[in-house]
Design a protein around this ligand. Structure first.
Ligand code: AMP
Ligand code: MG
Length: 474
């Protein structure tokens, strides 16, 4: 039996959600099952077919109180009064070996928050969410993850007709910045307080009940957000839709849509082709993270003075800069902290930008530059002078070269999720062939290994995929 409990969120007043029974598919099947996540949650003995019955609603688990959550949020800078789970619901909490984990079902049919949507998700977007959650987790970046993809023979209309599917998703929380904004902008300070109290109570690993509990709560959210975004920057990840309703209060990467991992280093990279202004470009993510935190601060105005909010927000940049500097230092194989390191890393990024070098592969290949041979990619005159500085800098290090190489290979992935890889797995899955998806998961869950038989996954995208357009439609 799945150790699934009613979600504590169901204990909040009714203004916070709508109780929801969902519509499964007539002919559901397991399109993909995440065996390693099952293992990590301690539910490996539960048969996939039994999980499928639960997720498809074929077997209603008593006494679950599934619900769709209400929230609002700032989308592309504009406040949108009411969003909410328009096609998802919170099934409950898995009582896992790591404590309670949210179980959410995406694509589960219409809810009172569906607006003009059909409440469904397409197989394409569900696969994209699945593979990216696994890729991020393997890179040690906090992320929601998926336990299962429920396939169907039902079709839904997007730009074209596509297969519908559901995603059973796990996350530490589904409370978003927008959850607070909803109550703030609807003039319900008592519910802003109730939600903050709920978070402080439910997530003791993150928040504490101190006399300044709300300030401390906000401080933790700000720091976790800054740290998450520093990790995105270091691995070249572009989220694409950093609306406040897609920001988890526990700093987990969340609500994957038209995301992308940057290939050639380009700070202006925008993965979302619907984002014409480039608001959510790679280089803007750190500022948008701060903007979103200040939107959350504003939503907490009834609990935290403006002065305290300002002070707390100042810590965002400190955490972000510190975390990113540490991550880059590790990527360069530097254990000691030296004041000139920032110049060294910026020098490398400048070369990557002007020579259009692949971000992931340049870092991965840097180990070759340790032994005074230019890497195949870094071969211009400027690059040679940079390599000389890199080698001089390494003279000040104490670790052996061998040890440095090992450490660098543990932080510079060989394999990242290039959009075309997901696309190939999707094309096959739409044709009921799931082995490409399986291979992709095998590679992305071991990003730091050599896996020589999969070398082709470390290549830059083929020409046909260089301009693959990824839109918001999902
Ligand atoms: P997202 O872009 O997935 O973060 O979704 C933004 C908002 O639109 C959320 O309130 C979603 O629940 C809602 N939404 C997105 N797609 C659909 C759909 N197909 N049906 C109903 N609501 C949707
Ligand atoms: Mg969303």
């Amino acid at each position: 039996m799945l150790p699934l409990l009613p979600h504590a969120f169901a204990g909040l007043p009714e203004e916070f959600y709508t109780r929801q029974i969902w519509e499964g598919f007539e002919h559901p099947f397991i399109a993909f099952e995440n065996f390693s996540l099952k293992q990590e949650l301690g539910i490996q003995d539960i048969d996939g077919e039994d999980l499928l019955k639960i997720f498809n609603g074929t077997e209603i688990l008593q006494p679950l109180k599934p619900l769709s959550m209400i929230y609002s949020g700032h989308q592309f800078g504009q406040y949108v009064e009411q969003l909410g789970d328009g096609r998802g619901l919170l099934l409950g909490q898995i009582d896992s070996i790591d404590g309670a984990i949210d179980l959410h079902l995406k694509g589960a049919g219409k809810t009172p928050y569906s607006r003009f949507g059909d409440g469904r998700a397409v197989l394409r977007s569900v696969i994209r969410e699945y593979v990216c959650g696994e890729a991020m987790h393997a890179l040690s970046i906090p992320s929601s993850r998926a336990l299962m993809i429920v396939g169907s023979n039902e079709m839904v209309i997007r730009e074209k007709s596509e297969s519908a599917a559901m995603l059973a998703r796990t996350a530490k929380t589904h409370i978003r910045f927008g959850s607070f904004e909803y109550f703030h902008y609807n003039n319900q300070p008592e519910n802003v307080k109730a939600l903050a109290d709920f978070c402080i109570d439910q997530y003791p690993a993150y928040f504490t009940k101190t006399p300044k509990a709300y300030e401390d709560f906000f401080q933790v959210v700000v720091e976790r957000t800054a740290s998450m975004i520093a990790q995105w920057q270091a691995c070249g990840f572009n989220h694409g839709v950093m609306n406040t309703d897609n920001m988890s209060i526990l700093g987990e990467t969340f609500d994957y849509g038209p995301y992308g991992f940057m290939e050639d280093y380009d700070p202006s990279y925008v993965c979302n082709h619907s984002d014409h202004q480039g608001r959510y470009a790679y280089k803007n993510q750190p500022y948008i993270g701060l903007w979103n935190c200040s939107a959350l601060g504003h939503a907490l105005s009834s609990l935290i003075s403006e002065k305290s909010q300002g002070e707390i927000l100042q810590s965002y940049e400190v955490t972000f800069q510190h975390t990113l500097a540490e991550l880059y230092r590790k990527k360069l194989g530097l254990e000691q902290k030296q004041s000139e390191d920032a110049i060294l890393i910026q020098g490398l990024l400048d070369i990557m930008e002007s020579e259009k070098l692949d971000y992931t592969n340049t870092f991965r290949n840097l180990t070759q530059a340790l032994s005074r041979e230019a890497t195949p990619e870094l071969n211009s005159d400027i690059a040679k002078s940079w390599i000389a500085s890199f080698q001089d800098r390494h003279e000040k290090e104490v670790l052996s070269q061998e040890k440095t190489v090992t450490l660098m290979n543990q932080v510079n992935p060989k394999f990242i999720l290039r959009n075309y890889m997901a696309q190939e797995a999707i094309d096959a899955a739409e044709d009921s062939k799931f082995s490409k998806l399986e291979t992709l998961i095998t590679v992305l869950t071991q990003p730091f290994q050599e896996l020589e038989e999969y070398n082709h996954f470390a290549n830059k995208s083929p020409a046909w995929a260089q301009h693959l357009e990824i839109s918001c439609s999902s």
